[in-house]
Design a protein around this ligand. Sequence first.
Ligand code: MG
Length: 171
Amino acid sequence: MGMDSGMRVGMEANMRVGTGWDLHRLEEGRSLVIGGVSIPSSKGSVAHSDGDVLIHAIIDAMLGAAGMDDIGTLFPDTDPSYCGADSSELLSKVVELVAACGFHVCNLDTTVVIQSPKLGPYKAAIRQRLASLLGVEPSCVGVKAKTAEGILGELGTGSAIMAQAVVLLGT
Ligand code: MG
């Protein structure tokens, strides 16, 4: 009986969790955009879009939670209209898509792995930007930054950036 009532409560809440992950190569002379914030750096993401690795991970987490197709299917890099695309705009579209399915973001937690530059000074701005794009309070957005401790191949040598996101959607 206890289990029955617990299952009903879970269904009524209708919470959906999703995870996302992304990786980009970093090269000299490219711009570095993380979570919709431009970060001063000699190296930036190699990508068809603006290469915002964090927003790409968040988009996949949201789409996964909503039971929808992934970012590569929704915004294919073979489509010239996404060349140099502002990933913040893509995230806004995804917020609308999941809202159309009746979902809103409850909270989001993320980790960015980059050898340099250190992201500490930019974390508050990234949280603020993501919160505004998602329509939630900054307290509902987690942004953690780590180095690769000089190991993990290209991540450790500063030739790549990686991001991971977990999102909880609710109705
Ligand atoms: Mg990407």
